[in-house]
Design a protein around this ligand. Structure first.
Ligand code: C2G
Length: 447
C-alpha cells in the first residue's frame, strides 16, 4: 500500500484545496491529511485564519477524500509523521516548491501545481473589511496602524486627535484626519480609543450611540457606574465593546493563566505586578496636562488585569497609596495598591516618576511563577519550585506585542457577534472602580 501525506491550513476550504487533495489521493492508496493547529499557524505567521481547527478539520473530513486526518502542531513534525505512519510520498502545492526537499531523505517529495486564481487570503479579503478609526494623542497609534497591516479584514479609514498635525506622518495619510469626533465617526464602523482616560466614557458612549463597535484601551471608564452603563448600551444595540489590553492576547500570558488554573503552583497566595517607566516618549511632543495619562491610568489599569484575572474582582479590602505631584491634574508620580482577599493578597506598583524591576510574580503553595521585565510583553515565564530540578521555562513567540492578535479577536467578535473571549466585563468594572476610588480618595492614603 502506498501511503501519501499532505499538510495545510485549509481555511475556508475552496476548489484549490480540493483539487490538491484529489491529486494527492491518486498518487497512492491511502491519504493522510495534516491540518495545522491554530497555535502552529500563529507561530508561523498565519494570523488571519478565519476558521478554528475543528471547523477546518470538519471541512476536510466532509470532502471524503482523506483516509486519515492528523493535526500538525509544531515545526519538525513532518519528519516524525512520515516515520510514524510509514509514509511513501509527501506532497504539497507548488507554492512550496523546494521548501520541503529536506524530506527527500525520508520519502518521495512531489510538488503539485497550485490552482491559480483562488486562495484563502483572497476569500478572506473579499469577505469582510472592517473600517476602523483611531482616536488619541499617543504615538502608539502608529504602532497600532502598523500592526493592522497584518490583519487583512481591517481597513484604517480615519484618525481623530486633539493634535492632528503632530501625529506621525503615516497616520496623517489616512483618508480622514480630524479633531472633530462627529466627523470622524462618519468615516468608521468601529473605533479604537486610546485618548486620555478622562475622555473614554464620553467617546465610547457617543461611538456606541452612533452604532459603532468599540475597542477602548484600558481603563474603559473612570467610575464603575459609567462602565456598567457603557456595557448596557453596547448590549442593547448589539455592538461589541471590548477593553483594550494587548497582554491579554499574548500566547504566553494565556498559557500562564491556564497553568495556574491547572494548579501548577498550588493555591495562589499573592500576585505582585510592577510597571514603571520614566519616559514620556509615547505622546506627541506638546501634550498638555489634560491629555497626559497619569501613572494609575497608564500603568495601573494594565497591571490590575493579572490581579483580577487570577484572584477575581471580589477582594475584601484595598489600600491605594499615591504620591500626587499636582492636585489640579491628579498626576501621581507613583501609586501602590494593596488588595486583601479572603485567602490571598495582591500588590500593584506603578509609576511614571519611579523606576523599578517591571516583573510579575505569582506565589503559590507549591511554587511560584516568575515573569521577567517587561512582564506585560509576555513571551517567557518560569515556574519555580523548592527543588530547582523541577523548574520549568516556557517561551511562546509574541509578534507585535500582542496588538495584532487583539485586533483579530476584535474583528472576529464583531463578525461572529460574540464577546471577545479574553476581556471580561466584570474585570473592566473592577478596574473602573479602582480608578473611581483613586479620584474620590476612597481607600486612599497620600504620601
Ligand atoms: N493550494 C493549491 N491551490 C490553491 C491554494 C492552495 O494547490 N489555490 C494548496 C497548497 O499549496 C497546499 C494546500 O492547498 O498544499 C493547503 O493550502 P493552505 O491551506 O494555504 O496551507 P499551507 O499554508 O500551504 O500549508 O505545514 C503546512 C503546509 O506546509 C502547507
Amino acid at each position: 500500500m502506498v501511503k501519501v501525506i499532505t499538510y495545510g491550513t485549509f481555511d475556508l476550504l475552496h476548489k484549490g484545496h480540493i483539487r490538491l487533495l484529489e491529486r494527492a489521493k491518486i498518487l497512492g492508496d491511502y491519504l493522510i491529511v495534516g491540518v495545522t493547529s491554530d497555535d502552529f499557524d500563529k507561530a508561523r505567521g498565519k494570523l488571519n485564519v478565519q476558521q478554528n481547527l475543528m471547523e477546518r478539520i470538519e471541512a476536510v473530513r466532509a470532502t471524503g477524500i482523506a483516509d486519515e486526518i492528523v493535526v500538525e502542531e509544531y515545526e519538525g513534525q513532518k519528519i516524525e509523521d512520515i516515520q510514524k505512519y510509514g509514509v511513501d510520498i509527501f506532497t504539497v502545492g507548488s507554492d512550496w516548491c523546494g521548501k520541503f526537499d529536506y524530506l527527500k531523505d525520508y520519502c518521495q517529495v512531489i510538488y503539485l501545481p497550485r490552482t491559480e486564481g483562488i486562495s484563502s487570503s483572497a476569500l478572506r479579503t473579499e469577505k469582510y473589511q472592517l473600517q476602523l478609526g483611531l482616536v488619541g494623542e499617543s504615538i502608539i497609534l502608529e504602532k497600532f496602524l502598523n500592526e493592522c497591516k497584518y490583519v487583512n479584514s481591517v481597513k484604517l479609514t480615519a484618525v481623530c486627535s486633539a493634535y492632528p498635525a503632530e501625529l506621525p506622518e503615516c497616520l496623517q495619510e489616512l483618508p480622514c484626519v480630524t479633531s472633530d469626533y462627529d466627523v470622524f465617526l462618519n468615516h468608521v464602523e468601529a473605533v479604537y480609543i486610546m485618548s486620555t482616560p478622562k475622555l473614554h466614557y464620553a467617546q465610547v458612549k457617543k461611538a456606541l450611540l452612533s452604532g459603532k463597535h468599540v475597542l477602548c484601551e484600558t481603563p474603559e471608564a473612570l467610575t464603575r457606574l459609567q462602565c456598567e452603563e457603557l456595557h448596557c448600551i453596547a448590549k442593547k444595540n448589539a455592538l461589541i465593546l471590548a477593553e483594550g489590553n494587548k497582554t491579554a492576547y499574548a500566547t504566553a500570558y494565556i498559557r500562564l493563566i491556564l497553568m495556574l488554573k491547572a494548579g501548577k503552583i498550588g493555591d495562589v497566595i499573592s500576585v505582585d505586578a510592577t510597571s514603571t517607566s520614566l519616559s514620556e516618549k509615547y505622546f506627541v511632543k506638546n501634550i498638555d496636562d489634560f491629555n497626559r495619562w497619569n501613572s494609575i491610568e497608564a500603568w495601573g489599569a494594565k497591571s490590575l488585569l493579572p490581579v483580577f484575572h487570577i484572584l477575581g474582582s471580589d477582594y475584601s479590602s484595598k489600600q491605594i497609596i499615591s504620591h500626587i505631584t499636582s492636585d489640579e491634574s491628579m498626576f501621581d508620580s507613583f501609586t501602590i495598591i494593596n488588595f486583601v482577599y479572603p485567602h490571598a493578597v495582591a500588590t500593584v506598583k506603578v509609576g511614571k516618576g519611579i523606576k523599578s524591576e517591571n516583573e510579575l510574580i505569582i506565589v503559590g503553595t507549591k511554587g511560584y511563577i516568575y515573569v521577567p521585565a517587561p512582564w506585560w510583553k509576555t513571551d517567557y515565564f518560569e515556574i519555580r519550585y523548592e527543588n530547582r530540578n523541577e523548574n520549568k521555562r516556557y517561551f511562546y513567540q509574541l509578534d507585535g506585542e500582542g496588538i495584532r492578535y487583539e485586533v483579530i479577536a476584535f474583528v472576529n467578535a464583531i463578525k461572529n457577534k460574540n464577546k471577545m473571549a479574553l476581556t471580561d466585563e466584570s474585570i473592566s468594572q473592577a478596574i473602573a472602580e479602582v480608578m473611581e476610588d483613586y479620584y474620590s480618595g476612597k481607600d486612599m492614603v497620600r504620601i
